[in-house]
Design a protein around this ligand. Structure first.
Ligand code: ZN
Length: 244
């Protein structure tokens, strides 16, 4: 009886081990397939301005646009990373991209950003900016795309829709055509996300907070995922979006 029990236990043990090994194998087969597919997708996040070019400034606090752009861009990059998407930031600190050049810094800075995009061949490009307008009452987030880019328009529409759905939104916009170097100097789907108006004190008060920067970054991310789900293999793993 004891011997029989032992035999049974051994058989049961072998079966359990085989089952675990099988499960591990299945997991091992599935996991790389998933991550490889997600890693195939690369995006470029561009924090506008930097270095001597601070961009526009906040009407109340004098905060530099370049600082806010970087804060939102880093938060956006984190969201892409968490979703298993490869992300490249054009800048990771307050410096511009003009190196030790002495003349025509803005042009060199912009060309360096274009070169990063051309090298990375991304599924999409998002350039993060803050807006300014002579009439201080204007507020809200506004997206731009290159006139000749069908995919750029699709991306911009997705991000604009996501901005418009934010609870803080007081005025809904449509994505607009814009003649900007960061949009039309390469062939990849791209949009400029103007996250709000630093010429409006209410927008400025929101944009300088960490919590609202998170919300804005998430709205851009959600719009980008909607676009990727339509245009790339990312649509095969929609559950990843829910995990974030
Ligand atoms: Zn700007």
């Amino acid at each position: 009886m004891f011997v029989l029990k032992c035999k049974n236990l051994v058989i049961a043990g072998v079966l359990i081990l085989a089952f675990i090994a099988g499960a591990v194998c299945i997991g091992a087969i599935n996991r790389p397939e998933k991550s490889v597919a997600a890693a195939e997708i690369k995006v470029v996040v561009d924090a506008g301005h930097g270095g001597i070019d601070g961009g526009v400034t906040g009407v109340k606090t004098g905060v530099k646009e370049s600082e806010l752009n970087l804060a939102v861009a880093k938060k956006l990059a984190k969201l892409f990373e968490n979703a298993g998407i490869d992300v490249v930031l054009t800048r990771k600190n307050d410096a511009g991209l003009y190196g030790i050049a002495t003349g025509n810094l803005k042009r060199k800075d912009m060309e360096a950003r274009r070169d990063i995009i051309l090298k990375e061949k991304p599924a999409l490009v998002i350039s993060v900016h803050m807006n300014q307008y002579p009439v201080s009452s204007r507020r809200g987030a506004q997206v731009f795309f290159a006139e000749n880019s069908e995919e750029g328009k699709e991306l911009a529409d997705c991000v604009q829709k996501s901005f418009n759905a934010m609870e803080e939104t007081v005025r809904e916009y449509s994505a607009l055509k814009g003649d900007y170097y960061i949009l039309n100097s390469h062939p990849y789907p791209a949009c400029i996300a103007e996250c709000g108006f630093l010429s409006n004190p209410d927008d400025e008060a929101l944009l300088i907070t960490d919590a609202y920067q998170e919300k804005i970054a998430y709205a851009i991310f959600k719009g980008a995922i909607d676009f990727l789900s339509e245009t790339t293999s990312y649509a095969r793993f929609p559950e990843r979006v829910e995990e974030v």
